[in-house]
Design a protein. Structure first.
Length: 749
């Protein structure tokens, strides 16, 4: 075990502050090794808070097990290659923090000379050989697809190339005219709509394995040298020999390169800091690697020559070819430029450096004490620290929790409170102010002039740590008999697949009934006892694209949909609350003229019609925003209800908007409203594709000035260019044809 030089008095959170300060002063690259992915993510967010302008790169480990049969996700592998490429092209003196984990630091990577030349640049207006670009994409791990939906995909349609570079939030569309790069546009994968241009791009590999002639030749020679002649069918050897990707081929990475390096080689002589307890994580990782290697070796020995009809035996490379050994680790981290952070105070006469901070106060005793309110204790503590001339910061996990915490503390006597987004903003506050910041810390810390209290110190384990219970889909499948061959199903973790039937396979020496599911690029055998993980695909089968097994597309779509649902729900709640709390104008039915208007109705009102009209007028006179749904079959008089409500509102001087889903319906309603309001001092206009651009512009201007009393239109009324002077009533016809987002946008008007 290495005895690292320790920097004491540096609890988590304060370590990010120290790194940011050091890099700003010294410049150049600084490498930090975190004990795991969660810590790396927290440190990256903390660095953004302490120095938003500081460049930070995060180098992740593969998201698969050692000696696995699957490849790392394209998004992970692409992110690794993008970071390695950036390190080869960085300016030596520019401040940069590279954050990695123990798992990633132990893993060997392609050499710098091969990574430095493995990028492909394209610029608008430049000459780009389309065939060379496609060859580059195939060679460097990109997967050709009919449409681009997830990182690592690319598609070619004539002179247009769509590509989704890992690390990018959107795919790119490259439009060629011959060999000239005409444009590079970002577009949404779901809608395929362009959302803006970029002047140039730099593509980096999606895989650490480049399937060019040289690497294939090295693999073939190295594979035979390591495992002997390939006597039987070997899918890995055959695929690579043919220049095709094979699942899990990255676990034979040393055979594709003349040599491998490590992230420490890319960092050069940069100073290195380590998380507290990083040595324990390192020892656990090496033990795990050794266990998996031994298991693969034993399995190969037991199944040698006995794998007819089964998967071929796994041929593992020695661990020291893929990962750093204990001796390599000691050599890399035994230098003078390495420091390990420790949250504890320096021991006297130990020679340790002391950064001057310590773990902050935990309010756990106050939470469990029945006689105390924890927020009273927090408020008293914070106010005492302010009196002691210390800067006070309350660190919360999210903007919502920061707002909530600020309000609660204010109610308990902490004032003034200011929401801050960076350490620089904290420094500008009045010394008596309490800063509430979005800073994800497990625990707070204290220094001679500053106190940071975390949300977790106050409330205990944060709620976001708790796993939500898995909710089954309403159309979950209870038994295999409910499925027919070739039915489309949805697996909760893998997405859309096709059910091929029941199949008995041998697992752990015993037969096992499984559902055979076809995915893009592979099959999944799901044990029948886990059938609840499947649900039916509840839409039209035509044109459905199967998800890629092990790909990120399904998880990406789920995450985006969850965020979208959350956003819509938040807006729904906000709009509903605002409408309920808002005091509206009381609109009374004008007698006399109203009866004259009703007299133009050529039919006798039905009982239901009269009730609906009465309910609407009651809503208008209530002094609260109205939200009423009027239902009825075609020809039952719904339009008359809208006409009478529009008349009452328009006669008070307020405006009415009638929104319909189609231009044909807009024309019909415009004609009806124009006829019924003829002779009344009410101006009716139409806004849809049926009117000329000049008329539409005039209508928009007249609506904004208040010169139009009633406007009938399609989705054009939802445009941001529409501004009403005083909108009093909104009528939505055929509301089932409008999405929730459309209807809530209409309510916001």
């Amino acid at each position: 075990m290495i005895k690292f030089k320790t920097l004491s008095g540096a609890p988590e959170g304060f370590d990010a502050f120290l790194i940011a300060q050091t890099v700003r002063k010294a410049g150049g690259l600084h490498l930090h090794v975190a004990r795991d992915d969660a810590r790396a993510s927290e440190l990256q967010e903390a660095l953004k808070f302490f120095d938003p302008e500081l460049a930070v790169l995060s180098f992740p480990a593969w998201d698969c097990l050692p000696y696995d049969r699957v490849s790392p996700k394209a998004e992970i592998a692409g992110a690794r290659m993008a970071v390695l490429t950036a390190l080869t092209k960085r300016a030596p003196k520019s401040p940069l923090v590279l954050i990695t984990t123990v798992n990633a630091a132990l893993q060997r990577v392609p050499p710098r000379e091969s990574v430095a030349v493995a990028s492909f640049a394209a610029r608008k207006g430049a000459t780009v050989n389309l065939e060379e670009m496609i060859a580059y994409l195939n060679r460097n791990g990109f997967a050709r697809a009919s449409s681009v939906v997830e990182p690592g995909d690319y598609a070619v349609r004539g002179g247009i190339v769509d590509v989704f570079p890992p690390g990018s939030d959107m795919p790119l569309r490259l439009d060629f005219f011959g060999d000239t790069q005409e444009s590079i546009r970002r577009f949404e994968a779901e809608t395929q709509k362009s959302v803006g241009e970029v002047p140039e791009i730099l593509l980096t590999p999606v895989s650490e394995v480049a399937l060019d002639a040289g690497s294939i030749q090295r693999f073939r020679a190295g594979y035979v040298a390591a495992f002997g002649s390939v006597l039987n069918d070997d899918p890995l050897y055959e695929a690579v020999s043919a220049g095709r990707k094979h699942a899990g081929m990255e676990h034979w990475l040393p055979l594709f390169h003349a040599k491998l390096e490590t992230v420490f080689d890319y960092a050069g002589d940069a100073p290195v800091t380590l998380d507290y307890q990083v040595e324990e994580s390192h020892a656990a990782r090496l033990a795990l690697i050794a266990d998996y290697y031994d298991a693969r070796v034993q399995a190969r020995a037991q199944t040698q020559g006995k794998f007819a009809g089964m998967a071929p035996p796994y041929k593992p490379l020695a661990a020291d070819q893929l990962y750093l050994t204990e001796e390599d680790w000691r050599t890399r981290l035994g230098g003078a430029g390495v420091r390990q952070f420790s949250p504890f105070k320096a021991v006297e006469l130990s020679g340790q450096e002391d950064a001057g901070a310590m773990r902050g106060r935990d309010f756990a005793p106050d939470r469990v004490a029945n006689s105390k309110n924890v927020f009273d204790s927090v408020a008293a503590y914070l106010n005492s620290q302010i009196l002691a001339k210390k800067r006070v910061v309350v660190a919360c996990w999210s903007e919502g929790s920061a707002d909530r915490m600020g309000g609660v503390l204010a109610d308990h006597g902490v004032s003034p409170i200011t929401i801050t987004r960076s350490w620089a903003e904290v420094g500008k506050l009045h010394p008596s102010a309490t800063a509430v910041a979005v800073l994800g810390l497990e625990h707070g810390y204290e220094t001679s002039d500053c106190v940071v209290v975390s949300e977790q110190d106050i409330l205990g384990d944060r709620l976001v740590r708790r796993q939500n219970r898995t909710k089954r889909a309403a159309n979950f499948i209870a038994e295999a008999a409910a499925l027919n061959t070739n039915d489309l199903v949805v697996h909760v973790d893998h997405g859309i697949g096709r059910y091929l039937g029941l199949k008995t396979i041998e697992a752990a020496g015993a037969p096992h009934d499984c559902l055979e599911l076809q995915y893009d690029g592979g099959k999944l055998f799901l044990p029948v006892e886990n059938i609840e993980l499947l649900s039916r695909y509840g839409s039209d089968d035509e044109g459905v694209v199967l998800d890629r097994l092990g790909g990120a597309g399904w998880q990406t779509r789920k995450a985006k949909l969850k965020n979208r649902i959350r956003d819509i729900a938040e807006q729904l709640i906000k709009v509903a609350a605002e409408r309920e709390l808002r005091t509206g104008t009381v609109i009374d039915t004008p007698h006399g003229v109203y009866e004259e208007f009703c007299a133009r109705f050529p039919y006798e009102e039905t009982e239901d019609q009269e009730k609906a009209i009465g309910d609407v007028f009651e809503d208008l006179a209530r002094g609260r925003p109205m939200d009423r749904l009027v239902c009825g079959d075609v020809g039952f008089g719904k339009t008359e209800v809208a006409l009478r409500a529009a008349f009452v509102v328009a006669m008070t001087g307020r405006q009415v908007a009638v929104v319909v889903p189609t231009t044909l319906l807009a024309r019909q309603h415009f004609k009806t409203f124009t006829t019924r309001f003829a002779g009344w001092p009410v101006k009716v206009r139409q806004l849809s594709r049926m009117v000329t651009p000049k008329e539409a512009a005039e209508t928009r201007a007249a609506v904004a000035r208040g010169e139009v009393d009633i406007v009938v239109g399609t989705h054009a009324l939802l445009a941001k260019s529409i501004a009403f002077r005083d909108l009093g009533l909104l009528v939505v016809d055929e509301e089932q044809h409008f999405g929730v987002a459309h209807k809530e946008r209409l309510k916001q008007l």
